[in-house]
Design a binder for this molecule. Structure first.
Ligand SMILES: [Zn+2]
Length: 272
């Protein structure tokens, strides 16, 4: 069983009704969470790297400054995963693996803080952004300065999901071959996005990345606002992933589903 700790690495301000059709017309602080995990053989690891002050440097100049205008954010150093892990008695060098759900800036800004980590992402997600400097990448919420210079040599790119199925998603990618952390395709929000089913201490957890922003999204099958849908990679696949998430959750009442940006999950599960 894997101990899982949710860390909130910062937040951005957004209208609730932009994140969820039928949401209220009010500004909310949207968290940006990562999961810190410990595997008995492979050591400490993360699901996503979250915000880091590096995102402020990466968005200081145009055209990347546009990112800050669209998502006004707070990314203080004390909230960064690399700072918070000290509470667990570890340093950034102790983090040996990081699963990258997708390459949007809020999920990769902390990668450079972990110099010894190996990375796991889908080839589809990486290839969608790696050749897109400037505005082309920005349109995909990708800031190339956030990736470590040696990213390619430290990364395992996942091509297929052939391990034991997790219905209704189908096949999985068994991260360490023991069935404890299984990666699942969650396409739609970003090309090649993945989530993770974790055999966690206290019961299974599904890290659902940005398949929806808030938990009501999958529980009530609510899309995001049409304006927000403009930035997703594939609206039809987003809907399909959301439906699968709802089916998975309904069939497994004990499963805890953690969308990266859900304030309800932050309030219930992030320990400070
Ligand atoms: Zn995100």
């Amino acid at each position: 069983m894997i101990p899982v700790h949710l860390l909130d690495t910062g937040h951005c301000r957004s209208w609730e009704h932009h994140l969820l059709s039928g949401g209220r017309r009010r500004l909310i602080d949207v968290p940006c969470m990562v999961a810190l995990m410990h595997h008995p053989l492979h050591g400490w690891g993360l699901f996503d790297a979250g915000y880091s002050p590096r995102i402020l440097q990466a968005t200081a100049a145009m055209p990347y400054r546009i990112y800050r205008w669209i998502t006004p954010m707070s990314a203080p150093v004390e909230s960064a995963a690399a700072t918070q892990i000290a509470r667990f008695g570890i340093t950034p060098d102790d983090v040996r693996w990081i699963v990258i759900s997708h390459f949007h800036a809020d999920h990769v800004a902390g990668l450079r803080d972990f110099p010894r980590a190996r990375f796991i992402a889908t080839r589809q997600a990486y290839e969608d952004v790696c050749e897109r400097p400037g505005v082309g990448g920005l349109l995909r919420a990708y800031l190339p300065a956030l990736l470590p210079d040696d990213f390619a040599s430290r990364t395992t790119l996942v091509d297929s999901f052939l391990a034991s199925p997790l219905e209704p998603f189908g096949g999985t990618y068994d991260l360490f071959g023991d069935g404890w952390i299984r990666l699942v395709a969650l396409p739609g929000h970003a090309r090649g996005q993945i989530g993770a089913h974790v055999a966690a201490v206290g019961g299974p957890i599904f890290l659902s990345a940005d398949a929806c922003w808030v938990s009501r999204g999958y529980r009530e099958l609510r899309d995001a606002h049409w304006l927000t849908r403009l930035i997703v990679d594939d609206v039809r696949q987003t809907r399909a992933s959301l439906e699968k998430l709802r089916i998975l959750s309904a069939a497994n009442p004990a499963l805890r589903v953690f969308p990266t940006h859900c304030p309800e999950v932050r309030d219930q599960w992030v320990r400070r």
